[in-house]
Design a protein around this ligand. Structure first.
Ligand code: P6P
Length: 324
């Protein structure tokens, strides 16, 4: 089986970008090990701190963030990093060619109950000017500008799913050799689905268009959508997206009125955009409900975005509810 470095080389990935991706993997392999130790490592549970999102930080949120931040800011090809767990972007090397944004441990509310969590990363080219990585403006590029995106899902096995714009490959961490090896090349999302993922407890806060779509799903064969839907909700975007890449589906975290000042719960730069690049590269679609997520113009490193992604024909239906 081909190792990650062999696949990247055969894909024509530049040596500099390959080195950045490999550093993300070094951090993720360490995160995978720490997660596998669970209680034995004495690093479960929450800290006393809140991140800029207003979420209580788990110990492993902080540990994972530090692992990624430290290794990437030491990489000569990284100009700076942005993280869900950092208030501001952080400078790396002034002449670095790449910017990396990441959610170091997505779904971390699942850690203490031993359910799947993941790391999400996005890589952009740094503008060739004299601005440094602690200037968040250099990061504010639409998702279409990403040169690579991926996630590591820490589940029964640790899986890397990533793209450099030439399709989506799935790698499995072979703990015997400590390398991610190619186990499923060129993933393709089924175009149709009858399985939706949404947090139903927020239903009263949704826009009418989203309420109507879900109502019609729940009407099953007798409704206008004409089929019986199943539902899943793992409360871990990485796990939901992975399920969709393997068997199809639609994942939604729509705008809701709990905090009208926010466009949604999920973050554009290190959740919406990387997952959208992966999903589109696998033949799926990714929208706010009204426009492609990767066309959204970011205004800040922690911008929120409504998310509707997955099987392209189902995403098209949800867009129709929002635009007719
Ligand atoms: P809720 C995890 O905190 C996350 O950012 C995504 O991974 C996940 O899809 C969502 O939030 C879960 O949100 O409201 O169900 O806890």
């Amino acid at each position: 089986m081909k190792r990650l470095d062999q696949v990247l080389a055969s894909d024509g990935t530049s040596a500099e970008l390959e080195l950045v991706i490999k550093d993300v993997m070094v951090a993720c392999k360490d995160i995978a090990y720490k997660l596998s130790q669970g209680e034995l490592a004495g690093i479960l549970g929450a800290t006393e701190d809140e991140n800029i999102q207003g979420e209580t930080q788990k110990m492993l949120d902080v540990i994972s963030n530090d692992l990624l931040k430290d290794i990437l800011c030491a990489n000569p090809f990284v100009k700076g990093v942005g993280s869900e767990e950092e208030d501001f972007t952080i400078a790396g090397h002034a002449d670095g060619k790449f910017l990396v944004t990441f959610d170091p441990l997505d779904g971390s509310s699942n850690i203490d109950v031993n359910l799947s969590v993941g790391t999400i990363f996005s890589i952009l080219e740094a503008p060739a000017d004299n601005r440094t990585g602690d200037d968040q403006e250099v990061f504010l590029q639409e998702g279409r500008k990403q040169v690579a995106a991926g996630y590591v899902l820490y589940g029964p096995s640790s899986l890397l799913v990533m793209t450099t714009g030439k399709g989506v490959n799935l790698f499995t961490l072979d703990t015997n050799i400590g390398e991610f090896v190619l186990t499923k090349p060129m993933l393709q999302i089924p175009e149709d689905t009858a399985e939706f993922a949404i947090n139903m407890s927020n239903q009263r806060f949704w826009e009418p268009e989203m309420k109507q779509y879900i109502d019609d799903c729940l009407k099953g064969e007798e409704g206008c959508l004409g089929k019986r839907y199943n539902m899943r909700w793992v409360a871990s975007m990485v796990a939901e997206v992975h399920r969709i890449l393997i068997r199809g589906g639609i994942f939604m975290y729509p705008y809701d009125s709990r905090d009208p000042s926010k466009a949604g719960k999920l973050r554009l730069m290190y959740e919406g955009n990387p997952m959208s690049m992966i999903v589109e590269q696998a033949g799926g679609a990714s929208s706010t409900g009204r426009m492609d997520i990767m066309d959204v113009e970011p205004k800040g490193i922690h911008d929120r975005v409504p998310v509707v992604l997955g099987s392209k024909n189902e995403v098209a239906k949800v867009i129709a509810y929002h635009t007719k």
